[in-house]
Design a protein around this ligand. Sequence first.
Ligand code: ADP
Ligand code: UDP
Length: 239
Amino acid sequence: MSELKYRRILLKLSGEALLGDGRCGIDAAILQRLAAEICDLCRAGVQTAVVIGGGNIIRGAEKAAEGLDRVTSDHMGMLGTVINALAMQDAIENLGLPVRVMSALKINQVCEDYIRRRAVRHLEKGRVVIFAAGTGNPFFTTDSAASLRAVEINADILIKATKVDGVYSADPKKDANATFYSRLTFDQALDQRLNVMDATALVLCRDHRIPLRVMNVFEDGAVMRLVHGEEIGSLIEAG
Ligand SMILES: Nc1ncnc2c1ncn2[C@@H]1O[C@H](COP(=O)(O)OP(=O)(O)O)[C@@H](O)[C@H]1O
Ligand SMILES: O=c1ccn([C@@H]2O[C@H](COP(=O)(O)OP(=O)(O)O)[C@@H](O)[C@H]2O)c(=O)[nH]1
């Protein structure tokens, strides 16, 4: 394969993608496949940091709509991301790669606290770093956490691996006539309210000039091709 285009990436994995055909929880085969892809990236020399969502376990806003206090339900959502992160840590470790979960909430009998300088050090040593518990604050999403960590660790790119092939003119799951954008600017995504990522996440990437790729999490080997420069999914850049 060609030279690496990106040497340090922040990979945002959809929590919901871990569901598979189930209604709640983690599909072992999907977890294994994603862990293997992360290991391949690391072995190819890509410093790989990961943020995993929690949509397969709990979404705070949905629980709040059912009557639960919003802050409490967001705390539950963040703990859900820790569960996913621990599962991924185990899967990666079983494939023989060093990996650390770092949590934005303090649960240091379970995993490391998030400390930026330590995270960067882990990456430099070739360890996979999984950032858990989102930003540590309610009312945010793991997409915002992914943007924040990408900026903090100075990632070359943020890759959002999700359930659609990229960014469309409208939600392709709801509008069959939605057209695909292979390239667009953050301002375009914000102005046109292309809800593939929340505004906080988009603004952070825009202001700190971190390019964002949105791609399908179910496409085997796509992240590897992407880090070698192939155009995959949609690229969102500062204008
Ligand atoms: N303009 C758009 N282009 C692409 N996807 C969109 C758009 N608007 C809404 N979506 C939806 O956004 C979803 C991805 O965001 P989200 O639900 O946060 O997923 P994730 O679980 O990856 O965080 C897609 O599955 C898609 O249905
Ligand atoms: O900084 C954060 C990140 C996440 N969450 C909570 O964790 C849940 C799971 O994350 P998300 O919905 O982003 O997961 P994904 O859509 O990526 O699976 C969210 O619904 C929120 O309730 C939060 O409160 N603060």
